[in-house]
Design a protein around this ligand. Structure first.
Ligand SMILES: *Cc1c(COP(=O)(O)O)cnc(C)c1O
Length: 443
């Protein structure tokens, strides 16, 4: 079992981490810079915890992926990785479509200016209301995940006098070799239609009213760092395409899903050129419109979470560095045992000899930990740190657990930066709540 934290060898030091990440550098006076902007300046202005996203990094990553896939596959950004309107707008302006998994994400993507025809609706439990809304908008593709959903969609579309553009999501029973909580293409996972059931259901889709079957989709998991699982899944899908076509069924589209992994520590990420090579080798010559749905790869390395040290609690076997950021802000370490780089903002701290510490948040859960036995320079109350690779599955998973207001967010672009979400106010925490009269009266 490969987990995010399944590493060997000593943890990289802050200097190692920054040396391997060209958008970051240390300035002797200003401290850690992202795209040349001092993160301390943003923390001075907005306080901490604060998310910071670099537009230039997102743009460069999108362009690199688009260049590798030019003439091969269209990119539909997976909105769930980071659904901020500024992020969606940036990808929309670069020509991306979107992959959404709820009515709310559909509304966000449209709000950011992504045409409904360039939006794919995925997910294992779309409601009737969400499907109706998607069809009314003229959605480009609905990825159906079960026979039950296919029947429901047929009934809704017929009732509306529409034809739903349908793709069947196949569960290829392939191990993506990633963390169990982000593996989606195994037989026991809730996702997709069992491989062997696809031909009959595809024929059913061609027969049922209100449906226009376009092709197949697969999404085997997230944070995939090897080509093998993609090759295995897409090879199975190519066989399925040939089988369906042999029975006279039209198959024009293949949605290869997302899952491209990034380097959180010092692991080798999957290069776009390698993915392109796998697509060509497995699906080239089938005359299919190919789509991919990357989320993490586009935004993960573009974001950091800035935090301040509240206090350092002396303890055995290691001191606890308690931050003002917590699992309610960035859930990945608690949810997936994920490894995130943590570096000081002060340049002199980055050079100081590291000591081993545990880095935790203040939430009342033992799982509220960002790092264990991590080499970091001695930090003191008020020292600031950046938690790296926080652009994907960060702010979108935040909650207000422990009545902690949602963190502020800023976006950097070139030398400029702007607040893209103010810190949530305390009285926003109970907005919409009411105390019923019978409770008031009992007081
Ligand atoms: C989550 C998801 C994605 C994006 O996954 P990443 O690992 O962020 O690239 C793409 N497609 C579907 C169906 C998903 O559920």
């Amino acid at each position: 079992m490969a987990a995010d934290n399944d590493f060997s060898g000593p943890d990289p030091t802050p200097a190692d981490l920054i040396a391997a990440r060209p958008p970051f550098s240390y300035h002797a006076m200003d401290g850690l810079l992202l795209e040349g902007v001092a993160l301390n300046a943003i923390a001075d202005s907005l306080g901490t915890p604060t998310w910071v996203y670099a537009a230039g990094v997102m743009r460069a990553r999108y362009r690199a992926l688009a260049a590798a896939l030019a003439g091969l596959a269209a990119i539909h950004y997976a909105v769930k990785a980071n659904d901020h309107l500024a992020v969606l707008r940036l990808f929309a302006s670069l020509g991306a479509g979107a992959d959404v998994v709820s009515g709310g994400e559909l509304a966000r993507a449209r709000r950011a200016g992504i045409a409904p025809g360039r939006i794919i609706f995925s997910g294992v439990g779309k409601t009737a209301a969400e499907l109706r809304c998607a069809l009314a908008a003229g959605i480009g593709q609905i990825n159906v995940e079960s026979a039950e959903e296919l029947a429901m969609l047929s009934a809704i579309a017929s009732d509306m006098g529409r034809e739903a553009p349908v793709v069947l999501r196949v569960n290829p029973d392939i191990d993506a070799k990633t963390h169990p909580k982000i593996t989606t293409g195994l037989r026991g996972n809730k996702f997709g239609i069992p491989f062997d059931a696809v031909p009959a259901l595809y024929a059913e889709a061609a027969r049922l009213p209100g449906l226009r079957p376009l092709g197949l989709a697969v999404h085997i998991g997230s944070q995939i760092t090897e080509a093998g699982p993609y090759r295995a899944a897409l090879t199975r899908l190519a066989g399925l395409v040939r089988d369906l076509r042999a029975t006279g069924l039209p198959v024009t589209r293949l949605d290869c899903g997302g899952g491209l992994g990034i380097a959180y520590r010092d692991e080798a990420a999957l290069a776009p050129a390698v993915l392109a090579g796998v697509l060509r080798a497995t699906l080239g010559g089938l005359d299919l419109d190919l789509v991919i749905e990357p989320g993490r790869w586009l935004v993960g390395p573009a974001g950091v979470l800035l935090a301040s040290v509240v206090l350092v609690k002396n303890a055995a076997p290691r001191p606890f560095v308690v931050l003002d950021a917590a699992m309610n802000d960035l859930l990945r370490p608690a949810l997936y045992e994920a490894w995130h780089g943590i570096v000081p903002l002060a340049a002199k701290d980055a050079k100081a000899p590291p000591i081993a510490v545990d880095i935790v948040g203040p939430v009342c859960e033992s799982g509220d930990s960002f790092a264990t036995d991590r080499p970091l320079p001695p930090l003191v109350p008020g020292s600031r740190v950046a938690i790296l690779e926080a652009g994907a599955y960060g702010a979108v998973m935040s909650s207000t657990y422990n009545a902690r207001p949602l963190a502020a967010a800023a976006m950097i672009d070139g030398a400029q930066w702007a607040v893209i979400r103010p810190r949530q106010r305390e009285d926003d925490l109970w907005r919409g709540e009411s105390v019923p009269p019978f409770i008031e009266a009992s007081g």
